[in-house]
Ligand binder design. Structure first.
Ligand code: SF4
Length: 333
């Protein structure tokens, strides 16, 4: 079976990863883009079969086109709808999902067509588990997998979709958080409750300045102690960052914190507790040190995150993605 797909893109993040994630569906891929012409052209160059472009007027949010795009999707009746995690793209997806009566799956990593079903792999339990679903009917999914470098291929034609927005407009735009630079920083020095005196923050700040890094923190530092602005805390409900270097000082490494640095290239932890979770790099606890010092490997639990491969000394670990990219598959029902 081939599953025709509509994808929704409204900003300049994730769409290349999203298009790669639906590649295994084999059907016709239509990209509905609400945004600049540059964005529509960039999406078109990445390999969908068609691009429908809506240019919103300056005072109309992308969400204003949700009803019109949902109506267009209803006419086309794709089997699969997918959006990036951008809130506006999710609003477009939700509207089309309702029209098509599709099953909604957030946290999608990738998908493929298999027989009459669409197989969807998605994150669950805050990213600690990868679940695999088999869906028989129409499906809508929010992409949460790895973004990829866009690989220009045959450029699709960009067709302008001249549809009216609903009667809504942006009347005011006021920043609600301090612009910190943490999100885009190549290096981040973060600290947690292991730093016990507020005065020691000066040391952290000096270290960050020497490294050309931004300073960040764990949630309790911002939420409970109010030592730093909330815009600087890293974790599930805070910032999700992808620096080249993340230096974690006095941070235990709870899963909800580590979720915020899942995309960091190198994580260096300083902690006087050798058993702190931050030192367990594998989120699935695949590796266990036996009493005799040898390592046992429970490979069936591997979630294919690639962390061990990224941090292992060159040549010390051989690791291949499973064929088909699905790894361990759990079926519901
Ligand atoms: S890729 Fe490595 S770190 Fe990631 S889950 Fe598998 S074994 Fe653990």
């Amino acid at each position: 079976m081939r599953a025709d797909t509509w994808v929704f893109a409204t900003d300049e993040r994730q769409w290349a990863g999203m298009l790669a994630a639906v590649d295994g569906l084999g059907g016709r891929v239509t990209a509905a883009v609400v945004g600049s012409r540059e964005l529509a052209d960039a999406v078109a160059a990445t390999g969908p079969d068609a691009v429908l472009w809506v240019e919103p007027p300056p005072d109309a949010p992308a969400e204003a086109f949700a009803p019109a795009l949902a109506a267009a999707a209803e006419q086309a009746r794709p089997r699969v709808l997918v959006s990036t995690a951008d809130p506006a793209a999710r609003a477009l997806l939700g509207s089309a999902c309702g029209r098509l009566g599709a099953a909604l799956i957030p946290g999608m990593i990738d998908m493929a067509a298999q027989g009459d079903e669409v197989i969807v792999r998605r994150w669950a339990i805050g990213g600690e588990v990868a679940e695999t679903y088999a869906v028989a009917g129409p499906i809508a999914a929010v992409f949460a997998g790895e973004d990829v470098e866009s690989a220009p291929g045959r450029a699709a034609e960009v067709a302008t979709l001249d549809v009216p927005p609903t009667d809504m407009s942006v009347v005011r735009s006021v920043p609600t958080t301090v612009a910190t630079g943490v999100n885009d920083a190549a290096r981040v020095v973060a600290f947690g409750r292991g730093v016990q005196a507020k005065g020691d923050m000066a040391l952290i700040e000096r270290l960050a300045a020497a490294l050309g890094a931004e300073v960040a923190c764990s949630m309790p530092i911002a939420d409970d102690l109010h030592w730093m602005d909330k815009a600087r805390y890293i974790g599930r409900s805070g910032q999700h960052i992808a620096p080249a270097l993340y230096l974690a000082i006095g941070i235990a490494g709870a899963p909800q914190h580590m979720e915020g640095v899942r995309d960091a290239r190198i994580v260096v932890a300083i902690n006087n507790d050798p058993g702190a979770p931050v030192f367990r790099l594998c989120p699935a606890h695949v590796y266990t040190e036996e009493p005799d010092g040898t390592l046992s490997v429970a490979h069936a639990a591997c979630m294919e995150c690639g962390t061990c491969l990224a941090v292992a000394a060159p040549g010390s670990l051989t690791w291949h993605y499973p064929r088909g990219g699905f790894g361990v598959a759990f079926r519901e029902g």
